[in-house]
Ligand binder design. Structure first.
Ligand SMILES: Cc1cc2nc3c(=O)[nH]c(=O)nc-3n(C[C@H](O)[C@H](O)[C@H](O)COP(=O)(O)OP(=O)(O)OC[C@H]3O[C@@H](n4cnc5c(N)ncnc54)[C@H](O)[C@@H]3O)c2cc1C
Length: 424
């Protein structure tokens, strides 16, 4: 018998989990570890916390749910508030671990975290087992190499889509052999007073992710109207609201894909069911963009290395951030984000365009505010979309700018959305 450790990162689930599946089928004792990043609680150079309370709450609920799911299966999750390269070697030593599994992630900070863990484990005989697990298709399933990744999404989609065949989701293990332990762990910093329900009552965790997927498909059939409703601003069902779960891996993209395909087979297949898969391809695309370009995606000149005289005026940025620009549609969206940790895709495009193209403010500041607030924050989707809106990313139409007055007329014709948020 040899003991295995799974380092959970953005894969807070027990179903369709490569590492867990391997340990369960080989019947090796296994335990999980999660290292809560202290940077989340710290303020950034702009003066606000790297993670706002809504995002933190969602993450903490998800970690707590993973712990309880692992316990139900016979194992456990050890939780630390210290860097992985310090916590993992200690746990390995205490529990005689001989192999550590983890999901590869592509952001520069995430890669550094993994490299530091590797360096520590190299000093021992402990094996490392890593895998890529966060996209529909793997790199080897794509019709081009990473270097040849198209710089336009449409080219990517047209080449990937015809043979898209994601692996079937792996089943949830029916049982795990745990590792008895008495290791002291961190309490999750869930301060009840600070909990603010997100607007859509989205609660973190794998269980909730599966419920949300079921509700959007089989129960409400809202998926059948997705293509028509996806530009909505009010309510839970105008879009899937799966992004917070996908971002931290409470559910896999493959599982969502498989469920949509099953729904198409048994209930209905139309433009709308197709369009949700199309959006998942956007998600995949930005993941690969980050793998290809690495830290460039987080630099002011972006993927195109395009200098621009960005304005670094803090007062103007503060007005945007707090929803006080004086432009009602922009302010309504920014207040929704501030109060709930969520904003529709329509809103995100508008407020990003407004910050970059109307106010001319440093787009990295806007991206940092989203990073702090969004419960679905994902480095590749956030910085990929921001760079796109700022005209320094993967955009064929660099000079495109949203007109918030016209957008409000089209998407909020009765002023319901704006008046709701401006009167809060
Ligand atoms: C400036 C800006 C920043 C953004 N930041 C993020 C972010 O940090 N995290 C994030 O998940 N999405 C981000 N998006 C993309 C998009 O707005 C959200 O994915 C979507 O609004 C989430 O709601 P939903 O799950 O109901 O999406 P749905 O419309 O139901 O779409 C289903 C899924 O497809 C994926 N998806 C949809 N649109 C996009 C897109 N444009 N780019 C990448 N994936 C997409 C998401 O995983 C989403 O959950 C951003 C968009 C903009 C314009």
């Amino acid at each position: 018998m040899s003991n295995k450790l799974i380092w959970f990162r953005n894969d807070l689930r027990t179903s369709d989990h490569q590492g867990l599946h391997q340990c369960a089928t080989s019947k090796h004792p296994v335990i999980g570890i999660y290292c809560l990043d202290v940077k989340l609680f710290q303020a950034n150079a702009l003066g606000f916390r790297n993670s706002g309370q809504a995002r933190l709450n969602f993450l903490i609920e998800s970690i707590a749910n993973l712990k309880s799911e692992l316990q139900k299966l016979g194992s456990d999750l050890l939780i630390y508030q210290s860097p992985a390269h310090l916590a993992i070697p200690k746990v390995c030593n205490a529990l005689s671990i001989d192999e550590v599994f983890w999901q590869e992630l592509s952001g520069p900070e995430e890669e550094t975290d993994a490299r530091l863990v590797q360096t520590e484990l190299k000093k021992t005989n402990i094996k490392v087992n890593t895998y890529w697990d966060s996209t529909l298709a793997s790199l080897s399933q794509m019709p081009f190499s990473l270097e040849q990744l198209p710089d336009l999404f449409t080219t990517f989609k047209n080449r990937v889509e015809p043979n898209l065949s994601p692996a079937l989701p792996l089943p949830k293990p029916s049982h795990l052999i745990g590792i008895p332990h008495q290791i002291p762990q961190a309490d999750l910093p869930l301060n009840k007073d600070e909990i603010r329900e997100n607007w859509y009552h989205l609660k973190g965790g794998e269980e909730e992710a599966l419920l949300r997927l079921k509700a959007y498909t089989w129960e409400s059939n809202a998926i059948q109207q997705y293509k028509v409703t996806r530009n909505g601003l009010i309510g839970k069902d105008y879009s899937s609201k799966l992004s917070p779960y996908l971002a931290i891996g409470c559910i896999s993209a493959r599982k969502v894909y498989a469920e949509i395909k099953e729904y198409e087979r048994l209930v209905k297949s139309n433009d709308s069911t197709y369009w949700l898969i199309y959006e998942l391809l956007w998600r995949d695309y930005f993941k690969w963009v980050l793998v290809k370009y690495g830290s460039k995606l987080f630099q002011i000149n972006g993927l195109q290395n395009k200098p621009h005289p960005w304005n670094n005026d803090k007062a103007t940025f503060e007005k945007w951030r707090s929803g006080n620009t004086g432009q009602p549609f922009i302010d309504a969206n920014m207040r929704e984000l501030l109060h709930t940790g969520f904003m529709s895709n329509r809103g995100r495009q508008n407020v990003a365009s407004y910050l970059c193209k109307d106010l001319g403010i440093n787009w990295l500041w806007g991206a940092a505010w989203f990073e702090s607030q969004l419960i679905d924050y994902d480095p590749s989707s956030n910085y990929g979309n921001w760079a796109y809106q700022a005209g320094v990313g993967n955009d064929a139409r660099n000079d495109r700018k949203f007109n918030p007055v016209k957008q409000a007329e089209q998407y909020d014709p009765n002023n319901d959305y704006v008046s709701f948020w401006l009167n809060q």
